[in-house]
Design a binder for this molecule. Structure first.
Ligand code: PRX
Length: 639
């Protein structure tokens, strides 16, 4: 694909940044015309951040799968689109060319149609990292159904919450998934969830592990049987549904500082343009590149940079079913060598965990196919940044630190590999079209350099969220009300002397554990579901590998004969309610929580105690019962 909008020099970046700021409509129309449209737009951008309402390419018609698949068939139909690396290193990898992927997507699109799924219907996917997941995702997009992928580690309760919020008509799942030496059951978890999900008519089950599962008559169907039915119908050319630019493409649930996870909504055209533009520019994609994003498709990174970004660019994308430390800590490097990976995109937590194994797992690996390294998901510490660049990149590969969020659809702040300067621990500079603003607590803009504040974005960019599903007011409240007229990211940020941005972490009650976003309120709700828990408070605590760990203070009712057993039971409750990723690293049983006279929990104090600061806890005179603090501090559990 000819990509005239690829930025190749620092000056071109400055020029693109200026042009996008000065006249975004002209700039983005110029990018967008390189895609395949059924009809072009009447207007490029209409927006206000009050409602908020944002429309990109209004009036245009398209289907994103024609851009990710059909348009590549002539030039690169026999090029690998997807390389699948299975969990078991002894099993052969699977390669799907663009032509094969196109075919498989159409087959499954027909399966969805045969089962009554129509444009606009919601389909939830709860699967392992196997090719059938992207096939099902793209099949939804092909027929205009809205996909909502649920991370395969979430609990039955979390599935039910999401399926009900989305009012999904159909669920796609597997018998189970493979993660290292473990087999994770999926279908039984779906069965448990669906008892409370009346909207679901059908469940399509892909047999992956071969473990027997129960199939409910009239509701559950085997993937293979359904494909056979399609094959019996003849050649399944499923015409892509014509979508409006602003029709919903997907919902992805993510945690916030309050309440249940919200369904972030992305729409067809803007998301497509943004993921493609940022993929090509941040990673400096070149035709022939093999791109390996280690993220799970259950998170936004998998959506944007394992699937839509690379496929819309005609790249070869690698998908890995297993985990980086199995059968040993050299697994990722084996994959890089075996598939000649040129771009590797992973999370700081994975780098830190692999660093812990020393250099032995890298010995004997070539890694010479690598050209660009990327990180995402959390702040990267300088040691991890250096280790990655030196030992994995051989000192020759630029490291891009890409900052973005589920809500932003794609990268907002990042260096462009080898084109704009890299700086350890800094995401550095905004992408063209992104206008970052630092504000103080009063909402005043903090101008100039060498300053820090809360990070907002002043102007719309094509990939931004449009709403939170079924609750537009929540979208307004969460993102557009703290600083009127701006999108509030929830992140703290500093801008250094050179005008480079460094994200310092969340300033709200959202934790980032191994790059996974978890709301403290969500964990507290789960803790409180344990029969013995009266009240709880959760804070984040620095963790050497995970970035942040979860520290829970729990007021427990009843006798404490065996504190360890109680802690294990409480942790199991959290696992059952949310999923193992939300399990606290420490649970401290306390008699009371430090509260103000108005009843507000003093999290600041709890955070400091969890961090190991038990002496200088600041002003405690406003507390209802200052004695509580000493008790809590004395019982601190070191992590
Ligand atoms: O705090 C920021 C952190 O991850 C949050 C977004 O999480 P999520 O929506 O799950 O998306 C993660 C993948 C895009 C942000 O608010 N974050 C993400 N990337 C970085 C980061 N923090 C520092 N540096 C990054 N590169």
């Amino acid at each position: 694909m000819d990509v005239p909008y690829q930025i190749r020099t620092h000056d071109q970046y400055l020029e693109a940044y200026r042009a996008a700021a000065e006249d975004p409509e002209v700039f983005w129309a110029d990018v967008a015309r390189h895609f395949r449209w059924r009809r072009t737009w009447d207007s490029v951008l209409e927006w206000n951040f009050t409602d908020p309402q944002v429309r990109w390419f209004h009036g245009a018609k398209l289907n994103i799968t024609e851009n990710c698949l059909d348009r590549h068939l002539d030039a690169r139909g026999s090029q690998p689109a997807l390389i699948f690396e299975p969990n078991d290193p002894g099993s052969p990898s699977q390669i799907l060319t663009y032509r094969e992927l196109h075919f498989r997507v159409m087959q499954f699109a027909q399966v969805l149609k045969n089962n009554g799924v129509q444009k606009g219907d919601r389909v939830c996917l709860y699967m392992g990292m196997i090719p059938e997941l992207p096939i099902a995702v793209l099949a939804c997009a092909r027929i205009g159904a809205v996909h909502s992928v649920i991370f395969g580690g979430f609990s039955a309760q979390s599935i039910a919450d999401r399926v009900n919020d989305a009012q999904a008509a159909l669920v796609v799942t597997c018998d189970g998934s493979l993660r290292g030496a473990k087999e994770v059951p999926l279908k039984p978890v779906v069965d448990e969830a669906l008892g409370a999900c009346p909207s679901v008519q059908k469940v399509v089950v892909y047999a992956h592990t071969g473990t027997p599962v129960s199939m409910k008559k009239g509701r559950d169907l085997w993937w293979a049987d359904e494909i056979e039915r399609v094959n019996a119908m003849g050649n399944p050319f499923v015409e892509a549904e014509e979508m409006d630019a602003e029709d919903m493409l997907f919902i992805l649930y993510t945690s916030g500082s309050t309440g249940k996870p919200k369904g972030v909504v992305h729409t067809c055209a803007g998301y497509m343009v943004w993921t493609n533009y940022t993929f090509i520019n941040a990673f400096q994609y070149r035709p022939g590149d093999v791109h390996f994003c280690t993220a799970d498709i259950g998170w936004i990174t998998g959506h944007s940079y394992l699937l839509y970004g690379p496929l819309s660019a005609g790249a070869t994308t690698v998908m890995f079913e297993g985990i980086p430390t199995w059968p040993d800590a050299g697994r990722l490097w084996d994959i890089v060598d075996r598939h000649r990976v040129s771009i590797l995109y992973t999370a700081p937590t994975a780098i830190r965990s692999l660093m812990g194994f020393g250099l032995e797992p890298i010995a004997g690996k070539s890694l010479t196919s690598l050209r660009v390294l990327g990180t995402v998901g959390e702040p990267i510490n300088v040691e991890a940044w250096n280790w990655y660049g030196t030992h994995i990149g051989g000192g020759r590969c630029p490291v891009v630190d890409t900052w973005w969020q589920t809500e932003t659809g794609g990268v907002l702040i990042s260096n462009l590999a080898g084109v704009t300067p890299a700086k350890a621990t800094f995401a550095t500079l905004p992408m063209p079209g992104v206008d970052p603003v630092l504000v103080d607590e009063q909402g005043e803009e903090i101008a100039g350099n060498d300053v820090s504040g809360n990070l907002c974005i002043r102007k719309p960019w094509p990939g931004m969220l449009r709403t939170t599903y079924g609750d537009h007011e929540r979208c307004r409240q969460t993102y557009f009300s703290a600083y009127p007229g701006m999108y509030f990211t929830g992140d703290g940020c500093l801008r250094d002397r050179d005008g480079h941005y460094r994200i310092t972490g969340r300033v709200d009650d959202v934790l980032n554990v191994s790059g996974h976003r978890i709301g403290t309120a969500e964990v507290e709700n789960a803790l409180n579901m344990h029969a013995g828990v009266v009240e709880s408070a959760v804070v984040g605590v620095p963790h050497g590998i995970k970035g942040q760990g979860i520290y829970a203070y729990v007021v427990y009712r009843g006798g404490i004969d065996d504190a360890n057993q109680i802690r294990r039971d409480i942790a199991a409750t959290v696992s059952r309610v949310i999923g193992p990723i939300a399990k606290p690293d420490a649970i401290q049983l306390v008699n009371g929580l430090p509260k103000t006279r108005s009843g507000k929990i003093m999290r600041r104090i709890l955070r400091r105690i969890a961090e190991g600061e038990t002496a200088n806890l600041g002003d405690t005179t406003t507390l209802l019962d200052p004695g509580v603090v000493d008790e809590v501090a004395a019982g601190r559990i070191p992590i």
